[in-house]
Design a binder for this molecule. Structure first.
Ligand code: ADP
Ligand code: MG
Length: 348
């Protein structure tokens, strides 16, 4: 009889990161989302996204944010390393988009990642670190870069062939990337954005907070038609503030593919929110038609929990009932004065 004494061992860091990557890195669009979130958290005013071959070949995000200093650079790629929270209290009131300290570690374990950053004003300074999906030790070398950070992710899943196989066509993957970009660009009008695919400019969005500037951005991301068939809403009650564009029944779609709901600047897919919206549209839309909207809910970060899921698409409200009723009544009121569904024209 053989006796094996040890069956349990600690996973090597690369494998642990690849497993964690399974949760947050599904496809090029998830990488794009994480890199853009980091750029936003860095206080950037301009974010440029370059994609090659739908992101399977390259996803590159360049920002002009605070940058990462030399000594922090290797840590940026380490798992559970973050500059954004340090305590449970921080976690409970978190206002940055990231806080798990997992994205870069996960992404670098399944791609060839190059990060160049400069936290100083002098563009002759800057540091470069590369990770090629191998060991987690990072080599830091000098590399000039203007203040800010560029992260390039090449050959996603090159070392996990089973996952690489799941990538769809270039067109499909890019459509997902563009959607991730669209959501982020709709969340921050004070940032200028550029998206290129295979060197071609797809979106170029100047910064601007005026109503006209915001409508221009929405029109270029979602089509002019939407803005022409939408009503601007702004309502505040009980610590909740709702603003944005409510699509009228005259511009509905066959799919629920243009519905954007932001909670404190973070795009969410939330059942309670979806239910409130559906109820509000119930009387003005035909069955099977879906409204278009871009809505922003703001509330005290203490009464909403964003640490529900690694991709942070879900949130939990402390008082869900109140949020639901507030949304429903705001939208219902706005739509009640809109045209009835009989005059609806098919817009998709
Ligand atoms: P998280 O965003 O959850 O903190 P990440 O793995 O995405 O974790 O990033 C790790 C750390 O690297 C961040 O906390 C931040 O300090 C730094 N970092 C990443 N991207 C950038 C960036 N574009 N600009 C400045 N710092 C960055
Ligand atoms: Mg992050």
């Amino acid at each position: 009889m053989t006796v094996t004494t040890s069956r349990i061992h600690v996973l090597d860091p690369r494998l642990a990161n690849q497993i964690a990557a399974g949760e947050v890195v599904e496809r090029p669009s998830s990488v794009t989302k994480e890199l853009i979130e980091n750029a936003i958290d860095a206080g950037s005013q301009r974010i440029e996204v370059d994609i090659e071959q739908g992101g399977a070949r390259l996803i590159k995000v360049r920002d002009d944010g605070i940058g990462i200093g030399e000594e922090d650079l290797p840590l940026a790629l380490a798992r559970h390393a973050t500059s954004k929270i340090g305590s449970l209290e921080d976690l409970e009131g978190v206002s940055s988009l990231g806080f798990r300290g997992e994205a870069l570690a996960s992404i670098s374990s399944v791609s060839r990642l190059e990060l160049i950053s400069n936290a100083e004003e002098d563009p002759r300074h800057g540091w470069r670190v590369v990770a090629e999906g191998r060991g987690m030790e990072a080599r830091v070398t000098p590399a000039p870069h203007p203040r800010g950070t560029s992260v390039g992710v090449r050959d996603l899943f090159f070392n996990t062939p089973a996952r690489r196989k799941f990538l769809r066509t270039e067109k499909t993957e890019f459509a997902h990337v563009e959607e991730a970009f669209r959501r982020q660009a709709l969340s921050r009008y004070d940032i200028a954005w550029v998206l290129r695919h295979n060197q071609k400019v797809i979106h170029q969005l100047p910064a601007g907070h005026s109503a006209a500037a915001r409508e221009r951005r929405i029109a270029s991301l979602l089509g002019k038609n939407f803005i022409e068939h939408a009503r601007y809403i702004e309502r505040e009650a009980g610590g909740l503030r709702l603003s944005g564009w409510v699509g009228l029944p005259t511009h509905s779609r066959s799919q629920a593919d243009q519905q954007y709901f932001f909670v404190n600047g973070r795009v969410v897919r939330d059942r309670l929110v979806a239910h409130a919206v559906r109820q509000a549209y119930r009387d003005v839309l035909f069955n099977g038609r879906h409204p278009v909207f871009v809505l922003y809910l703001e509330l005290d970060p203490d009464v909403v929990d964003v640490n529900v899921h690694p991709t942070k698409h879900e949130v939990r409200f402390r008082d869900g009932r109140m949020v639901h009723d507030f949304l429903y009544s705001s939208l219902h009121h706005c739509l009640a004065s809109a045209k009835p569904a009989e005059s609806a024209e098919e817009s998709n």
